[in-house]
Design a protein around this ligand. Structure first.
Ligand SMILES: *Cc1c(COP(=O)(O)O)cnc(C)c1O
Length: 392
């Protein structure tokens, strides 16, 4: 007979999911109630309010899509891109490539701008593309490229889109909760995120927000939104204001309890304090790794604190190290993707996993594992270097 599944207790320092706090897991185990129950609707209103603060927006159309980040991405593109629409997509890693896929599947004309993996989106290329092409409807880019650990300058890119009368679609799956995101301040029109990165919730929900301009664009479509499930006009019947809630789909009740609890925790800490924690612990991790002789892929000014792509030392077998970390330390770190496979590790410091204890655990586990393999690293110095940063 099949028996219950009991997962091991891991420490998740990869590209997501990140460690989920026991408080969030406990919230998820509370009794399931009806998704039209007045108490549930009260919880939904609180959730929506907290999402608006998190995104720094007054957008009425702010809600959690009942599916993972990829569905939030698709929700933005399927609502805003119609056949023939021109969309500039900036690609500097895996997720920009998925944006291109989305544009093409919905019949849009994709103008693809590429930057090297490990570099931020180049605003000059975006300006040049707008100068070259008329009637661009949307500029789409990834704020925090999880495949490389790069932060692009969302404020500047949105400014360029605005000057050219285009809407913006921004991927904030890995940025939200870890670094500054300012939807209204930067003039973002459509944004999507995920719960399992810096919000430290179980995967499966995607917070999204649409500006009034984006809502207008959806209303003025010539063709119906080709996805029934992700059509924002329909979802608003359930998530919209005004107290009237109509059945659209059965909300993932317990997953939304988890998101509510995670956002309560963000409010308790303070959003700015959460950003500062990610930055500080990134600096501590960096100091330890650099003392060991391990360098970073990304230039300092565009590094994400929550996703550290670090160079694998010469002659070291990538998979062997990751397997040893998992088996001996219950520690998960991420592998490189695409051309970076075998060349970098991706060490996440996201949400609840972004702690002093985890930084020290990771440095210690890497040092022990690498030195046992006779890898060319400096030993006995990493912990002290990290501790010095933490003491600042
Ligand atoms: C993880 C991630 C996604 C996809 O989210 P899923 O929840 O895995 O569907 C999209 N964009 C970025 C930048 C991500 O890091």
């Amino acid at each position: 007979m099949t028996t219950s599944f009991h997962p091991p207790q891991r420490t998740l320092m990869g590209p997501g999911p990140s460690d989920v706090s026991p408080r969030v897991l406990a919230a998820m185990a509370r009794p399931t109630i009806g998704h039209l129950d007045p108490e549930f609707i009260r919880m939904m209103d609180e959730l929506k309010g907290m999402l608006k603060s998190l995104f720094k927006t007054d957008n009425e159309l702010t809600l959690p899509v009942s599916a993972p980040g990829s569905a939030g991405m698709e929700a933005c593109f399927v609502n805003l891109v119609e056949p023939g629409d021109k969309v500039i997509v900036c690609q500097n890693g895996v997720f920009g490539g998925r944006m291109k896929e989305n544009v093409e599947r919905f019949g849009g004309e994709c103008i693809l701008l590429q930057d090297d993996w490990g570099k931020p989106v180049d605003p000059e290329k975006v300006k040049a593309a707008f100068a070259e092409h008329d009637d661009v409807k949307v500029l789409a880019f990834v704020h925090a490229e999880t495949s490389t650990g790069v932060r692009s300058d969302a404020r500047t890119l949105c400014q360029i889109a605005k000057e050219n009368g285009a809407l913006t679609i921004v991927d904030a799956v890995t940025s939200l909760g870890g670094i500054e995101v300012d939807v209204d301040g930067w003039g973002i029109d459509a944004i999507y995120s995920g719960t399992q990165k810096c919000l430290s919730c179980p995967p499966g929900i995607s917070p999204v927000s649409f500006s009034p301009r984006a809502v207008e664009a959806v209303k003025n479509r010539k063709t119906p939104v080709p996805s029934w499930f992700l059509d924002k006009n329909l979802v608003m019947g359930y998530w919209g204001g005004g107290g009237k809630r109509a059945y659209h789909h059965t909300a993932p009740v317990n997953s939304l309890y988890a998101l509510h609890e995670a956002l309560v925790m963000v409010e308790e800490e303070g959003l700015e304090n959460a950003w500062a924690r990610h930055q500080k612990l990134h600096l501590a991790l960096r100091a330890g790794l650099e003392a060991m002789g391990i360098g970073f892929l990304v230039d300092e000014e565009s590094r994400l604190p929550q996703l550290n792509s670090v160079m694998i030392p010469e002659g070291v077998d990538d998979a062997q190290v990751r397997t040893a970390l998992l088996q001996n330390y219950n520690l998960e770190i991420g592998a490189g993707l695409g051309d970076l496979a075998g060349k970098v590790w991706r060490i996440g410091l996201m949400g609840s996993a972004c702690t002093q204890r985890n930084v020290m655990l990771c440095l210690d586990a890497l040092e022990n594992t690498l030195s046992a393999m006779q890898a060319p690293i400096n030993t006995g110095v990493a912990a002290q270097a990290a501790a010095a940063v933490l003491a600042e």
